[in-house]
Design a protein. Structure first.
Length: 233
């Protein structure tokens, strides 16, 4: 990684993720003399929280290692990686993320003619209630609940701080409660909440905080969002 262009946060991530063996905070400090231990601790805590790395040991013996994302049951096709600049992504991750971008493009074109705003999605509420394809919505809600739990959030906290990040709160006061209601208990009368969530996933990916190293850990989220989009288009 180009140290002149990379932020301190990115450089800490790179040191940990490129280490073939568990690495301690002290070793990271040695490699990044201009980055404070406090900053390194904060980055490590974030990486553990989102499931990017595993933490082993305790006290002075605490070390960190890139999380093993590949289950023993996965086929060799699933674990083939594609190298993109500094990043090695699972082949299926690249496929699902690319598919998500294309499906969203088609969704916007068919439903709105051009790009849509969050408030525009509310107009789809009656159309979504007529769909007889509830399973993709139920699966997406389940995955979102699981991600909230894994990251230590309540559903309300997850929606208000992770999906609708600071500075991106909707003007329509009904949008966030509907999204929370959908994730907690998906039903036909709140399926529009799924589209609000997918809209924010799309915006957070392309306009929000970037965490490319975490994409492999989000593959199920993209798979489920894609199935919902396919059922709506």
């Amino acid at each position: 990684m180009n140290a002149k262009k990379a932020t301190k946060h990115q450089r800490v991530e790179a040191v940990v993720l490129n280490s073939p063996l568990p690495i301690s905070k002290q070793e990271i400090c040695y490699n990044l003399l201009d980055v404070s231990p406090t900053t390194i601790e904060a980055v490590l805590a974030d990486m553990v929280k989102i499931g990017l790395i595993d933490k082993t040991g305790s006290g002075r013996g605490t070390k960190y290692i890139k999380k093993q994302c590949y289950a023993a049951s996965e086929s060799w096709q699933d674990i083939v990686t594609i190298h993109i600049k500094y990043l090695d992504c699972k082949k299926n991750t690249v496929l699902e993320v690319g598919k998500f971008a294309i499906l969203w493009n088609i969704f916007e074109h068919i439903k709105f003619g051009e790009d849509c705003r969050l408030d525009d999605i509310k107009n789809l509420e009656s159309e979504l209630m007529k769909l007889n394809r509830e399973q993709p919505f139920v699966k997406l809600a389940t995955t979102l609940r699981m991600r909230a739990k894994e990251q230590g959030f309540t559903i309300e906290e997850y929606v208000e701080t992770q999906l609708f990040k600071k500075g991106h709160k909707p003007k329509d006061s009904s949008i966030i409660p509907l999204t929370i209601e959908f994730i907690n208990s998906p039903r036909k009368n709140n399926q529009v909440g799924a589209m609000y969530a997918i809209y924010r996933i799309r915006n957070n990916m392309f306009h929000g905080t970037k965490a490319p190293y975490a994409l492999d850990n989000q593959i199920e989220l993209f798979e489920d969002a894609n199935k919902v989009l396919e059922s709506v288009i």
